[in-house]
Design a protein around this ligand. Sequence first.
Ligand SMILES: Cc1cc2nc3c(=O)[nH]c(=O)nc-3n(C[C@H](O)[C@H](O)[C@H](O)COP(=O)(O)OP(=O)(O)OC[C@H]3O[C@@H](n4cnc5c(N)ncnc54)[C@H](O)[C@@H]3O)c2cc1C
Ligand SMILES: NC(=O)c1ccc[n+]([C@@H]2O[C@H](COP(=O)([O-])OP(=O)(O)OC[C@H]3O[C@@H](n4cnc5c(N)ncnc54)[C@H](OP(=O)(O)O)[C@@H]3O)[C@@H](O)[C@H]2O)c1
Length: 287
Amino acid sequence: MSVYPADSETMTEMKPVTEVTAVKAPVLPDAQTVTDVKHWTDSLFSFKVSRPASLRFRSGEFVMIGLLGDNGKPLLRAYSIASPSWDEELEFYSIKVQDGPLTSKLQHIKPGDQIILRPKPVGTLVHDALLPGKRLWFFATGTGFAPFASLLREPQTYEDYDEVIITHTCREVGELEYGRQLIESIRQDEMLAELMGEGFADKIRYYPTTTREESPKMGRITELLKDGTVFADLGIEGGIKPETDRAMVCGSLAFNLDIKKILEEFDLREGANSEPKEFVIEKAFVG
Ligand SMILES: Cc1cc2nc3c(=O)[nH]c(=O)nc-3n(C[C@H](O)[C@H](O)[C@H](O)COP(=O)(O)OP(=O)(O)OC[C@H]3O[C@@H](n4cnc5c(N)ncnc54)[C@H](O)[C@@H]3O)c2cc1C
Ligand SMILES: NC(=O)c1ccc[n+]([C@@H]2O[C@H](COP(=O)([O-])OP(=O)(O)OC[C@H]3O[C@@H](n4cnc5c(N)ncnc54)[C@H](OP(=O)(O)O)[C@@H]3O)[C@@H](O)[C@H]2O)c1
């Protein structure tokens, strides 16, 4: 790339590069470098970026990330951080919306590219927003798995609970693969076992379901909860109990509303950072 300004005046008159004449490559505000990209399906990919030294977050929180738009202004969207709070890099798990302003472009990032990351983490899917309990449920659909990819690698999850049940409902089998491989890798990771204590992964119970493609467990998790299938499959007597069970929910608005109703029928109450209770909810996307 030329170090000379490309306007008509300077094109004809070649000046030596000095501090005044040199044109700096455009630098993104809050830029982070992409280190890894993996495509899972036509509509899903995950990627890692460098972590700003100043960024502190709680596992389960989200940040605003994006690219420069065609108008030169940052085009930002909310993204759950899929990596745990102790990790050196940041991982994200993303949809590809073909006509989406951000993801139509973001899906083409490659290692070495830069993205914008505003280092202001927020969110309700955090341990602080739940009262102490014994069994923790993570209910996810689609990319709603992302915050739980973080929390499943968070030591506090296993310090605080005897059992961690992660349900993930997608349309097709391929859409479960990111989560399935992540849980498999957690079970085999010796460094995590050292960090969290030998046998921690035995607390994880993974319950994937599909709604449109044949798989060992078919159906919306909401229906499987209502008819008792989940409890029968997992050997849980008496269903969800407010004394022992805590839940975090992340999916579409419709999904979140349906799960909320079910949890409230089990006498669980929705909590927040400022007022911890028995369950918390966050949207996986708007619309
Ligand atoms: C708190 C929060 C956390 C989020 N975390 C993530 C995340 O970790 N990963 C992620 O991929 N997205 C996440 N999103 C959604 C994200 O902010 C963007 O909407 C998404 O990246 C698409 O951006 P876009 O500009 O391409 O399209 P947009 O204009 O933002 O969306 C266009 C349409 O695509 C659909 N859509 C958008 N996002 C999704 C999705 N994730 N799954 C299914 N359909 C979707 C909706 O119908 C939406 O109306 C989150 C949203 C919120 C509010
Ligand atoms: N993923 C795809 O293959 C695909 C393809 C084309 C377009 N899109 C568009 O992309 C957007 C998001 O698609 P998505 O599949 O990622 O997310 P989604 O529509 O929220 O569905 C994800 C999973 O959650 C289930 N679900 C949805 N609402 C629910 C509820 N109220 N209660 C319980 N379970 C519920 C779905 O089951 P059901 O199958 O029963 O709805 C599906 O298994 C949508 O606007 C969709 O039209 C997606």
